[in-house]
Design a binder for this molecule. Structure first.
Ligand SMILES: [Zn+2]
Length: 200
């Protein structure tokens, strides 16, 4: 079954909204014309940056084009993040999420949130659903790249997956009923199971 993020975004509006949240926050102070200009500039920037591929990965021209297509429907700020900071940052985001779940803790602006404070911040269902999209991005990449040329990246993903699978979870889908029919548990296992510590 082919995974289609666009379908996920349509069926699960929360993900779409939160993927855009960071972008909206930074652009709220701009007026409409300025926002349009910023978006156009970012699109131009995206175009040229994608040609260089994703830092940290060995990619052919065809693989770059395929990934560009696959991530086309993702938020611009996410794509810029990916093609500027590369696979290391994506792995870092994934590990950071796992650490956050394992320890019920997060850090913003030098302030550490734990337990209930964490649940009121990153440890709540919709934030978790947004953060876990980094694993979906990783999956899109894994399905496209050459395994032999990128074995370090793959090995790191597998290492983090083992850690993340060990986290105790409520046995349920965390995407909407419509979306559930589109995925297979064995392929998109991170959408099945909500960590026990995450607030519903
Ligand atoms: Zn937080």
């Amino acid at each position: 079954m082919q995974f289609n993020l666009e379908t996920l975004l349509q069926h699960n509006n929360i993900v779409g909204q939160t993927l855009l949240a960071g972008y909206t926050e930074n652009t709220m102070k701009l007026n409409r014309e300025e926002r349009i200009e910023l978006k156009n500039n970012q699109r131009e920037e995206l175009k040229s940056l994608w040609d260089a591929g994703i830092p940290g990965l060995v990619l052919s021209k065809e693989e770059i084009d395929k990934l560009r297509d696959e991530f086309h429907s993702w938020a611009i700020h996410f794509q810029l993040h990916l093609i500027k900071e590369g696979s290391k940052k994506l792995l870092h985001d994934y590990e950071k999420l796992i650490y956050s779940i394992e320890n019920s803790t997060c850090e913003h602006d030098g302030k550490i949130n734990k337990g209930k404070d964490w649940q009121n911040c990153c440890g709540i269902y919709y934030e978790y659903l947004n953060d876990i999209s980094c694993r979906t991005a990783i999956e899109i990449i894994i399905k496209t790249i050459s395994i032999n040329e990128n074995n370090e990246f793959i090995a790191n993903v597998e290492k983090f997956d083992r850690r993340f699978k060990a986290v105790p979870k409520r046995q349920k889908w965390i995407v909407s009923d419509n979306a559930i029919e589109k995925y297979q548990k064995k392929n998109y296992w991170w959408y099945f199971g909500l960590p026990l510590t995450v607030l519903e």
